[in-house]
Design a protein around this ligand. Structure first.
Ligand SMILES: *Cc1c(COP(=O)(O)O)cnc(C)c1O
Length: 395
């Protein structure tokens, strides 16, 4: 079948919750994807900041194949070796103390909310605690995650959501302070906002929040689902700031292609929140997903991924600054490492479509922002190639 026929079939079978780009992707190789008609694309999306190692990394693929031939799934009622190894690596890399594996980012966020509420409940026995989240944040589509997602359009039709959530303005400490009450149990934010338009937290803001949290025993929860796992050139974005969260979420690059996620806790919260019977998952941390995480950590070491992200990320930053200065439709450029955004005066949908025609995959973050979240193994040459296509598409 040709792409057109595939797309017609998809549109008559799948629930229409996405306005998809008109392409059927078929296979990947390195930093390239191919559609079912054989057309090649340079991929600066990486499945939305997921495919950190690029496609067909042999070590990663072999690790999955080996695990498939051993056992794919058992249950969290039993221990399994890949999950034990993944937990050890993740705790070491994150500097947190305990981990709970999930199937997705949203599920990690749900767990983080539950842990925070339970922590507060154990302190005072009351059940009316409040969470402060940020405007323009994105934490996922399940009801809890949606409740703290700062986009009214995503929330509106699904009310009532979980209650007692207040929204503050990212990088405005006063707006956070104004929302704090003696019921506040957690402040929840992305260290670098992704979906909302690539807004990194400022140093001052994150440090200020940490101080407030310490003073009032409020939990700081950092969502590192998109900005974590090396994306910023640091293993987790908060390492750059030196501001440690009490709870942290991870997903996307954590398993880099198969479904997976995690929430992590410091000792204080781990010892005073969820206990046996409070929380669970059928698939989370299963041997296949854990094998993926183990392969990711192995490849991060072998390929010096963090160094590559810093180096190529800086190069990308320079080049996008140049592009912004040349093009008057571009009004801002933000980001860290291989998580960057260009904000336009105009909607970027048509530009992204043009790039696809010309063999480059990019995604937006909001109507006017193009997001650059390529595989973490890209080279400066890939950046140059991307720019040639982007400039041609802008012309
Ligand atoms: C993608 C994302 C999520 C949701 O993850 P899913 O795996 O899609 O549920 C949550 N938070 C952030 C910051 C994300 O980028």
């Amino acid at each position: 079948m040709g792409m057109k026929e595939y797309i017609e079939e998809a549109e008559s079978a799948l629930l229409h919750t996405y306005n998809r780009y008109q392409v059927v992707l078929d296979r990947g190789d390195g930093v390239y994807l191919y559609d079912t008609d054989g057309k090649k694309y340079l991929d600066f999306c990486a499945g939305i900041a997921v495919f950190a190692l690029g496609y067909q990394d042999k070590v990663y693929n072999d690790a999955l194949k080996n695990q498939i031939d051993k056992v794919i799934h058992t249950s969290n009622y039993y221990y399994n070796v890949p999950a034990i190894e993944a937990a050890k690596s993740l705790l070491k890399a994150s500097k947190m103390d305990r981990v709970f594996f999930t199937n997705s980012g949203a599920e990690a966020v749900e767990g983080a909310i539950k842990a925070a509420r339970k922590y507060a409940y154990l302190k005072d026995g009351s059940t009316d605690h409040e969470i402060i989240a940020m405007e323009h944040s994105f934490h996922g589509r399940t009801m809890g995650a949606l409740s703290i997602t700062g986009n009214p359009k995503y929330r509106e039709a699904f009310q009532p959501l979980i209650g007692n959530v207040k929204f503050a303005t990212m990088n405005d400490l006063e707006s956070v302070k104004a929302n704090i009450t003696d019921k506040t149990c957690a402040i929840f934010l992305e260290t670098v906002q992704g979906e909302g338009g690539i807004y990194p937290a400022t140093d001052e803001f994150l440090k200020g929040i940490r101080e407030i949290c310490d003073e009032k025993d409020i939990l700081l929860i950092l969502d590192e689902i998109q900005c974590g796992m090396g994306r910023t050139g640091y293993m987790f974005a908060w390492h750059k700031y030196g501001v440690k969260p009490d709870i942290m979420t991870s997903a996307k690059g954590l398993t880099a292609g198969v479904a997976g996620g995690a929430f992590l806790l410091n000792k204080k919260v781990a010892d005073n929140s969820l206990v046996a019977g409070d929380h669970g998952t059928t698939y989370g941390g299963n041997p296949l997903a854990a094998a993926a995480t183990n392969a990711v950590f192995k490849r991060f070491d072998e390929l010096n991924i963090l160094d590559n992200v810093k180096e190529v990320g800086d190069y990308l930053f320079e080049k996008l600054e140049e592009l912004m200065n040349e093009n008057e439709d571009i009004i801002a450029h933000r980001g860290i490492g291989l998580m960057q955004g260009l904000e336009f005066k105009i909607p970027v949908g048509p530009i992204i479509n043009k790039c696809m025609d010309n063999g480059l995959i990019l995604i937006n973050a909001g109507t006017n922002i193009i997001r650059f979240v390529p595989p973490l193994v890209i080279t400066k040459q890939n950046v140059d190639d991307m720019l040639v296509i982007l400039k041609k598409s802008l012309a």
